[in-house]
Design a protein around this ligand. Structure first.
Ligand SMILES: [Zn+2]
Length: 264
């Protein structure tokens, strides 16, 4: 493959492009086609490869995203670090609509998704104790602190549900009772597959609303659709700025443990 990049960006809802480039390539992998053509461009002096997780026209629902093809396509290009943008619901009143969260843990509640590259001829157990890259989280956190209009939580557990339906009140309250901070439908298996490829992964969440369990509590006002839209549009501008800055500030050398977690 001719095109190469060391940094991959996976855009979620609302982030359909972050690189100003017309170089779009169609690729195929052992696992099929990725969600979208890959845009190759530059942020500062860093070469990046961008994939729209839900497709260019937002037509791919969370449980149908070709996660293995997306990660394999980036891996084939030489990508060793991924930054990803994600919309999340809040399960904790301290995580407010419009806030950002840098995930440090996930809990997988999805079913039936193809979540490994090691399903033939090889027995491999991948360490997943600390799935998110500590070096990338530290850089992103520093960038966020530099923006006074941005509230960014340095950590948060994201519980990943299968979707496309939302949770019941009982499910949402169960997740809250476990101390999980935010909820999403796409972090798994994306993060786990990146780890299998020895990549570093940064998951950034934008809180768009309160999940149904939290919204049932007396003093939390449900967020109106118009408000969600407003928070989301403003948030996406900040998300773009944050990813841009983090990419440029990332030291070239990896000093994290992400690469050493894959053992045969
Ligand atoms: Zn790392």
């Amino acid at each position: 493959m001719a095109a190469s990049a060391t940094i991959g960006i996976i855009g979620g809802t609302g982030l359909y492009s972050i690189v100003d480039s017309k170089e779009e390539i169609e690729v195929n992998t052992k696992y099929g086609k990725p969600s979208s053509p890959i845009t190759i461009g530059k942020i500062g002096d860093k070469k990046v490869a961008f994939i729209a997780r839900h497709g260019k026209e937002h037509t791919i629902t969370p449980h149908m995203v070709p996660y293995r093809a997306n990660i394999a396509a980036l891996g084939d290009m030489g990508v060793t670090r991924i930054l990803s943008s994600n919309a999340v619901g809040s399960l904790n009143s301290a995580y407010k609509p419009g806030d950002f969260v840098l995930f440090d843990q996930f809990v997988n509640m999805t079913q039936g998704r193809k979540d490994t590259f090691f399903d033939e001829n090889e027995v491999v157990h991948v360490g997943m104790a600390d799935p998110y890259c500590t070096q990338m989280r530290a850089v992103a956190s520093e960038c966020a602190r530099g923006n006074k209009e941005m509230v960014c939580h340095d950590r948060g557990t994201v519980v990943v549900i299968n979707g496309p339906r939302f949770s019941t009140r009982a499910e949402s309250k169960l997740f809250m009772s476990q101390g999980f901070e935010v909820i999403n439908m796409t972090q798994y298996p994306e993060i786990a597959l990146a780890r299998e490829k020895k990549m570093c992964y940064l998951g950034i969440g934008l809180v768009t609303d309160y999940d149904v369990g939290l919204a049932s509590i007396g003093n939390i006002k449900p967020v109106s659709f118009d408000e969600v839209k407003r928070v989301f549009n403003l948030g996406m501008e900040k998300m773009t700025a944050l990813i841009n800055q983090a990419v440029q500030r990332l030291p070239d050398e990896r000093n994290c443990a992400c690469q050493s977690e894959t053992e045969v």
